[in-house]
Design a protein around this ligand. Sequence first.
Ligand SMILES: NC(=O)c1ccc[n+]([C@@H]2O[C@H](COP(=O)([O-])OP(=O)(O)OC[C@H]3O[C@@H](n4cnc5c(N)ncnc54)[C@H](OP(=O)(O)O)[C@@H]3O)[C@@H](O)[C@H]2O)c1
Length: 339
Amino acid sequence: MEQKIALIGFGTVGQGLVEILENKKSDLISNYGYNYSIVAISDIRFGTVYDPEGLDVTQLLAEISDTGSFQHNLTDWDALTLIKNCNADVVCELAFTDLETGEPAISHCMAAFESRKHIVTSNKGPAALAYKKMKDLADKYNVMFMIEGTVMSGTPVLNLTSGPLAGCRISSAKGILNGTTNYILSEMENGMEYKDALKKAQELGYAEADPTGDVEGYDARAKVTILANVVMGVPCLLNEVTCEGISAITAGDIQNARENNSRWKLIGNVEYIDGNLTASVKPEMIALTHPLAGIMGPTNAATFSTDLLGDITIVGAGAGKIETGFSILSDLLEIHRLS
Ligand SMILES: NC(=O)c1ccc[n+]([C@@H]2O[C@H](COP(=O)([O-])OP(=O)(O)OC[C@H]3O[C@@H](n4cnc5c(N)ncnc54)[C@H](OP(=O)(O)O)[C@@H]3O)[C@@H](O)[C@H]2O)c1
């Protein structure tokens, strides 16, 4: 059966997803029996479009490229009305992240669950601020809350622990969860001062004009909160994760680590031992022998300590149009498999 998809937010990730779906359409049908149609898109910038029979996304992409907005299939429904009234099976919430309130994404998710639609999202807001509420509501309506893209984009972290690692007890997760800060620290290893490395990260598009969310560790803190809730299965609030960023690291600190056969990394850490959860984000001097010490540039990585396999480290992209678009695809395929 064809999976009907609504997209809320049609920026980098939404367009990345559509690119993958279109390019792989025949492989997805022949390899996984997966067929889809995109029935609705709502984006503040481009407008809102709906066709219960399926939209022509190639035409819509051409329209926004030519005119900056959608031209056909327009509706004056707002995003919440669209979510409630459209005939989608799955709503992909791909609008902006607000780590203060989680809105409007939390309302989008709730409207989807209450109208018995699955949610797939790379937006950290709902999962970091209201994971239990979202999961309970999804369970109540017998739909899924899928969030693979919220931690390390398409690199499979959450699905790794719930899938291939199911049966292992995971006592800790320790990761480089923010590519911007890892890039800055890597450039400082190459001899740059912090402010120059930050400027270069901004020029390359790794850091935003206001880099606070990355360099002060807030983005990584949201991901640690998600890991605590999902991987450890322990309710954890964002403000229970202690947080320190990298903005105070100096060239002297870098040199000191080098002399001690170590490297500074911004480490997100969550441990659940003897019923006690501890969660933090802070710069740590990591011994060069540890698998996380070799992760340079904007790459992300996470090490899970398990009872049956020892330590498992996964390394991969933490952001990107196609990489994060893939995270959405992997969750859509999982919903298809389980439906
Ligand atoms: N890009 C990545 O590599 C990446 C990786 C992991 C997670 N994420 C997360 O995934 C989500 C999407 O990221 P993105 O990179 O695609 O962001 P983006 O390029 O900024 O696209 C978001 C789109 O949603 C629109 N929008 C904002 N508020 C909306 C609303 N209330 N209703 C409908 N549309 C709305 C935006 O319009 P305006 O631009 O006019 O505001 C924009 O067109 C974000 O939550 C982000 O944090 C992204």
